[in-house]
Design a binder for this molecule. Sequence first.
Ligand code: XIL
Length: 362
Amino acid sequence: MHLVIRKAFRRSASTLVPFLVATGLGGCVDTAPTPKTPREAAEATGRMFGAALNSAYLESDAVYAQLAATELDYVTPEWEMKWEPTETSPGVFNFGPADAVVGFAAQHEMRVKGHTLVWHYSLPTWVAQLATAAELRAAMTSHIQNVVGRYAGRITAWDVVNEPLTDTTPSTLRDTVFHKLLGDTYIDEAFQLAHNADPNALLFLNEANIEANAEKLEATVALVQRLLAANVPIHGVGFEMHVSTEVPPTGASLATALKRFTDLGLLVNLSELDVRVGGVDGDLPTKLKVQGRRYHELVAVCAQNPMCISITTWGVTDAHSWLDDPSMWSWAGQGPHYPLLWNADGTKKPAYDGTLQALLGQ
Ligand code: XIL
């Protein structure tokens, strides 16, 4: 596996190989005792398994914090590293909440994925209202240099650009202030800025629904092919995977979609996995059993692709899912969604067993 990834990344060997050695990615499953947690099971095949962690819940919910500390080894700050919370006003940085999440990870020997540098959401008004390319370029340069620079050496990967395409017209980039003022190559600029600020971080483009929307899949493949041809330092594509117990996506469609990028020599990950049961007919125990099979199906796809390096669920227990925030998205009103691996009280669900078995290749 090392050889395969080295060949694929000869451009960025200086970036990737130390990471692979550090994580043991590509190592054979050793003869240690059978892994008992998703963390141990993922590590046994050189992967990482984690969750989006929220600094408020780490503080207020001891069950949430305990599960994160003992069952997981990869942390994505759910909110704390976005532009709005880190630079609410121009040039005024607030890293307190992000430092709390990074500190929790360090305390429990967990790795960190930064999320996210350039996104049309969680963007301060002062950025969204900038009127010239020069102003936006200066703001993006300062933001990325300050945020990535602060955590350089402590971040395994960054979600550099988040959701650049829409689901309805994916063949043209989303109409954001970045695209309006800087054109298509705002993406190139963001990746280069992040690489310059932390040459050892793996840099990901993070997107939703590419595994279930053929047009969006093709548009994302074309986008990363353009970035690779332009020698932009991109190392991987993140599949958000906010799905339900219904199909699509099937495991097969996810496997096909992942392979479109790994065939280009890119890494992939499942970056925000949650499986909704809200809005689905049936009694809750039955729905949770179906959910467990769904987690097994999707996690197994990543576990079977050697270039799929991590799986992150978007939250830890069902006590705190963004899907149940009434102001959120189109799923509001169909909840509760019970989308994660643990019940609100920290007891395991069939989703936990399905995930662990998939990571163990069972
Ligand atoms: C969500 C968080 O979970 C919320 O707490 C926040 O208010 C909005 O963002 N895709 C993403 C994530 O890339 O950053 C979003 O997280 C969920 C959708």
